[in-house]
Ligand binder design. Structure first.
Ligand code: HEM
Length: 291
């Protein structure tokens, strides 16, 4: 039996799937922000009475669904590979990918309800359903990111401390970029394209903070991983504030400011705590370090 091309490893497959999920969420945000949510004549799985969209807004919604379908099969493939492939995959990776796979049809169902299931559910296009669709989408992304980080354990060419420094630096820079693209920004209008970019930047930053927390924890640190984990949680709250799930009053806007300021301060504190840290002697977990 052939094993496929050398470059096609489990960890790379999962990483690509995670990147596709990040893109999918940004596409969903763009769909919502452009007001194209009900564009396919409220139909699902068809669009505009057929398979192909008949207008630009319909195309936007249809493309989100198409990307969701491809990503959904990729997620299923990742879980199947983790259970039935030849590689020895850690059980936590398997469970994370399996949970992401279980959530995916639920997410498609929320999407179908959002478009009112061909008019059968007139109240489907509503804030609670949007919130469920957003939260489930985020959960799928978080599980895939966690699975990717676990799949790469012991496969990095850089040492843990060096990786932590890069991840914390990316987290810190990412928080500033996310803030600049958020609805708090004093200079950039919160247009549909900016909203999509805000979520792409925030999700990537969330990934960097999660990586920092996991690797700091591996080093036996206590305060620093807790700080970056708290920053990641606050960033998630910032992402929720970016949708119209909550009424965006002046008080909520103030809390939104606090959320970004606190997340940035916590991440900066973790970065500060790393000054003068000594690299540890690395013990590879599974063998080769080729990424
Ligand atoms: C894994 C699969 C999917 C993910 C991760 C995903 C993610 C998202 C996200 C994050 C949003 C933005 C929600 C918001 O504004 O807060 C969105 C919007 C949307 N999604 Fe999905 N989605 C998926 C599958 C689907 C499917 C299968 C449909 C089928 C109809 C769908 C239909 C929609 C629609 C219509 C919107 C716009 C809602 C609005 O106008 O407010 N999604 N999606």
């Amino acid at each position: 039996m052939t094993r496929g091309p050398e470059w096609l490893t489990f960890r790379r497959y999962v990483a690509v799937t995670t990147g596709m999920a990040l893109t999918l969420i940004s596409l969903g945000i763009y769909t919502a922000a452009t007001g194209a949510g009900l564009a396919c004549a409220q139909q699902w799985p068809l669009c505009d009475g057929g398979v192909l969209p008949q207008s630009i807004p319909s195309f936007i919604e249809w493309f989100h669904r198409l990307w969701a379908m491809i990503t959904g099969f990729m997620i299923l493939g990742a879980a199947a590979w983790s259970w039935f492939g030849r590689d020895r995959i850690a059980s936590r990776t398997r469970y994370a990918l399996t949970l992401a796979t279980v959530l995916t049809p639920l997410q498609a169902a929320f999407g179908a309800i959002t478009v009112t299931l061909n008019g059968a559910l007139p109240g489907g296009y509503s804030a609670p359903v949007h919130a469920a669709h957003f939260l489930t989408g985020f959960s799928i992304f978080a599980l895939l990111t966690y699975g990717t980080l676990l799949a790469y354990r012991g496969r990095f060419s850089r040492g843990t401390l060096s990786r932590i420094r890069v991840a914390v630096g990316v987290g810190l820079a990412g928080l500033v970029v996310a803030w600049a693209l958020s609805r708090l920004s004093p200079v950039i209008a919160y247009s549909p394209a900016v909203q999509a970019l805000f979520y792409a930047a925030s999700l990537a930053t969330f990934g960097a903070l999660l990586a920092s927390a996991m690797w700091l924890n591996e080093r036996g640190e206590i305060a620093a991983p807790a700080a970056v984990a708290a920053a990641a949680t606050l960033l998630f709250v910032g992402m929720v504030f970016g949708r119209d799930i909550v009424l965006y009053t002046a008080a909520v806007r103030f809390v939104n400011w606090l959320v970004f300021a606190l997340a940035t301060a916590l991440t900066a504190g973790a970065a500060w705590s790393l000054r003068g840290a000594e690299p540890e002697v690395e013990r590879p977990v599974y063998g080769s370090t080729d990424d």
